[in-house]
Design a protein around this ligand. Structure first.
Ligand code: ZN
Ligand code: MN
Length: 465
């Protein structure tokens, strides 16, 4: 049993067309600062918020997908604090009457099998603006503020401290991201659409809260660093203080926030400009699409995939769709090529499957399946297709990768036997593995175009003579 205790608070931007309380567009990333603003999201006096129904429906979808209890009524509250990115001096959020309570997210547990991470609550709130620091945060002369983000709808998902390793935290976030994207309420590729606060402690000691981690990879790194830091303090007999820490992405470390955590008094009170929100009638009308777990089971049943392949392929909405587009007549071959080969090549290039043309990938699979090229040449073709702008067939012709007929292979075998008499002698003396050495030489001579299964048989035959 691990003695590590991890809980997460995750903020995700809901991918609505307009902001939570005004009609400004949320599509602000390619535009100049302060171009998607109005009196409401600038917090000018005398303005009134009006709730975006789509944002509430999106949040209800999430709550339903994670098996939460959804009260008939929820309510917005004001969270009062002063910060330049918050022009009203308060954030409209939910406090004691959130949209959803309880529920759980299912992940693959560290010790195998499915594990349920319980949720405390899910609530809806508005995103603050964004500060742009000129130079170093501490020493820069000034900061600029951009209110384009101000008022974009967020859901905040709070988990119970049910995770016991950074890996489980990563899996939870992956499952969360996948589900939200399947629901069509979130776009993980939009910069800044995710922010995570992580609570982490070693059982029996105080916990640290690592604030504002903004990437999926960052969460695992920050937590791994914290475990090492906390364990080394405990080993030295020091006490771990309850504190807020910041993740330094570039170094993969966390640092103590200079000020000690004071318990903030946010003076929450119900938002007087918005009546309580009655959602009872909406919830039943919300239909959920096929979610990752269901699609995983379908992939196993429909395409006879291994659980591992099905898990990988359904772990991302775009990848699952891509796979179904290329599965064709040989879903097993396609699964291996997508989950094992393509994903590796994409990760290496820091690219997503969205950048791959399914028609070209299908053409590549057809060449492999027909035996026109070997698996090994197929990888070479795939790399050329990913890095250039060519059809697979054109790559095969240009690089001369078509699998050689028996003649070319026979010549290479004869050469290898003549050139490596020691290996031949070893093989004939009963050292069976010597044949692998000769096969490697033949592969070299044919530049990988010999069919490996055939090659073993042909070599053995030639060595009999
Ligand atoms: Zn606005
Ligand atoms: Mn929040």
């Amino acid at each position: 049993m691990s003695d590590v205790v991890i809980g997460l608070e995750v903020h995700c931007q809901l991918d609505t067309r307009t902001k939570l309380f005004c009609p400004c567009s949320t599509d602000y990333r390619d535009d100049g600062p302060n171009t998607h603003v109005c009196p409401v999201c600038l917090g000018l006096p005398g303005t009134m918020p009006a709730t975006n129904r789509a944002a509430i429906e999106y949040a209800l979808k999430v709550a339903k997908a994670f098996h939460c209890t959804i009260p008939e009524e929820c309510e917005f509250s004001r969270k009062n604090y002063f910060y330049p990115d918050l022009p009203k001096g308060y954030q409209i959020t939910q406090y004691d009457r959130p949209l959803a309570l309880g529920g759980y997210i299912e992940i693959e547990g560290e010790e195998g099998g499915e594990k349920r991470v319980r949720l405390t609550r899910i609530h809806v709130e508005e995103d603050p603006g964004r500060l742009v620091h000129k130079g170093n945060v501490d020493r820069g002369r000034y900061s600029l503020v951009d209110y384009n983000r101000s008022g974009v709808p967020l859901i905040e998902i709070v988990t119970e401290p049910d995770m016991c390793s950074p890996k489980e935290a990563r899996r939870l976030l992956a499952q969360l991201r996948a589900t939200l994207e399947y629901l069509g309420v979130y776009d993980s590729e939009k910069e800044g659409s995710l922010r995570v606060d992580a609570n982490i402690s070693i059982r029996g000691h105080e916990r640290a809260e690592v604030k504002n981690i903004s990437s999926y990879r960052g969460v695992e790194k920050a937590l791994t660093f914290e475990i090492t830091r906390q364990r080394s303090l405990i080993r030295r007999g020091a006490t771990i203080e309850r504190e807020t820490r910041h993740f330094v992405e570039a170094r993969g470390t966390t640092t103590s926030s200079r000020s000690k955590v004071e318990e903030h008094d946010y003076r929450y009170f119900p938002e007087p400009d918005l009546p309580p929100l009655r959602v009872a009638g909406w919830v039943d009308a919300i239909a959920l699409p096929e979610l990752p777990a269901a699609r995983r089971e379908r992939f196993v049943a429909q395409y006879s995939l291994s659980l591992n392949h099905a898990r990988t392929l359904t772990g991302d909405l775009r990848l699952a769709a891509f796979y179904e587009e290329v599965a064709g007549d040989d879903p097993a071959l396609a699964a291996t090529w997508v989950a094992d080969t393509l994903l590796g090549e994409l990760n290496y290039r820091d690219r997503t499957v969205a950048t791959v043309d399914p028609a070209r990938f299908r053409a590549l699979l057809a060449l492999v399946r027909a035996g026109t090229i070997t698996d090994r040449s197929g990888i070479e073709v795939l790399r050329a297709v990913l890095d250039g702008d060519e059809e697979p067939k054109a790559v095969v012709d240009r690089l001369g990768l078509a699998a050689t007929g028996d003649d070319g292979v026979a010549v290479a075998i004869a050469e290898a036997i003549a050139e490596f008499p020691q290996a031949v002698a070893d093989y004939r003396a009963g050292k069976a593995s010597a044949i692998n050495y000769l096969a490697g030489q033949v592969m070299k001579k044919t530049r990988g175009r010999a069919d490996p299964r055939e090659l073993g048989r042909l070599l053995a035959e030639a060595l009999e003579e």
